[in-house]
Ligand binder design. Structure first.
Ligand SMILES: Nc1ncnc2c1ncn2[C@@H]1O[C@H](COP(=O)(O)OP(=O)(O)O)[C@@H](O)[C@H]1O
Ligand SMILES: CC(C)(COP(=O)(O)O)[C@@H](O)C(=O)NCCC(=O)O
Ligand SMILES: [K+]
Length: 257
């Protein structure tokens, strides 16, 4: 079976694909010091806990943190007896190569989102992914990643306020009751929540204006549903888009590699 690994700057997600569906999805904090042995103890313990006695014989990795790839490669080699496909490396083929200034610099998560979204929805898309950073990935009519936008992530913005201003506490994001906050926490939540609603809407409107054609807007990442409570921001919300993209790229490499 195929193990799909998506490492973001905050969290790493492992998901097991049986060829038709994901059997389980496991999440751990991203730490570059974690060894292959540590990954395996964590993974095998939870697989056993879920009663999943499956044999992994293929691995695909997308990592926005280059340093973790070494240990993930060792994991695949030592425990699953395979050489992983690593998105963004020259030996990993993409169904539609990106058309940007330096394709080697594009975050692999964005290439994967593009592949997953095009497979499900066809071309002319904007994928908005709420992770450590909030990214906008523009997918052309023929399925290529052709550029986008990188904005600071929601939690990063809240944390930056806390770190830079002595009197501002650490707060979690939520949709505030009112725009006008009557205490410090409510004021901060309002600034970030409504600020992001405006940011997403404003950037998508500008992308649509610049591209001058109808496009579908797809939201993904854990915070997409929260922000769509503030305004109609997305045509579709899909929380498994990155994982789906990994299966698409894996299949493409099997068929064409
Ligand atoms: N459903 C959720 N509710 C609240 N916060 C979330 C949710 N999903 C993710 N987050 C937060 O959003 C940030 C980005 O998370 P994640 O999507 O895992 O980022 P990355 O892919 O960059 O690792 C993290 O700080 C995480 O705690
Ligand atoms: C923009 C990102 C930091 C987003 O990563 P994430 O929020 O998923 O951790 C990542 O896609 C990245 O490191 N990109 C490299 C630069 C680029 O995509 O052009
Ligand atoms: K992201």
């Amino acid at each position: 079976m195929l193990l799909c690994i998506d490492t973001g700057n905050t969290n790493t997600v492992f998901s097991v694909w049986d060829g038709g569906k994901f059997l389980t999805t496991l999440r751990t904090a991203t730490e570059h010091q974690r060894t292959a042995d540590q990954y395996f103890v964590w993974f095998s313990t939870l697989m056993e806990h879920h009663g999943l006695a499956v044999e992994i014989d293929e691995v695909i990795i997308s990592s926005t943190v280059p340093r973790v790839v070494f240990n993930l490669r060792v994991l695949a080699d030592r425990y699953f007896g395979c050489r992983p496909l690593v998105v963004g490396k020259p030996d990993c083929l993409l169904p539609h190569p990106p058309r940007v200034d330096r394709s080697a610099q594009v975050g692999p998560d964005r290439l994967v989102n593009t592949a997953g979204a095009f497979d499900r929805h066809g071309g002319d898309l904007v994928v908005v992914d709420f992770g450590t950073a909030t990214t906008f990935d523009v997918v052309s009519n023929d399925g290529a990643y052709i550029g986008g936008v990188i904005a600071p992530g929601v939690n990063l913005s809240l944390e930056a306020l806390h770190l830079a201003a002595a009197a501002l506490p650490h707060v979690d994001i939520t949709k505030p009751q009112q725009v006008v906050g009557t205490n410090t926490v409510a004021c901060m939540q309002s600034g970030v929540f409504w600020g992001y609603v405006g940011l997403v809407r404003g950037i998508c409107d500008r992308i649509l204006g610049e591209r001058d054609r109808p496009m579908k807007i797809i939201g993904t990442g854990g915070l997409a549903p929260l922000f769509s409570q503030g305004d109609v921001l997305f045509d579709i919300i899909e929380d498994d888009l990155t994982m789906h993209g990994l299966t698409v790229i894996h299949r493409y490499n099997k068929e064409n590699g």
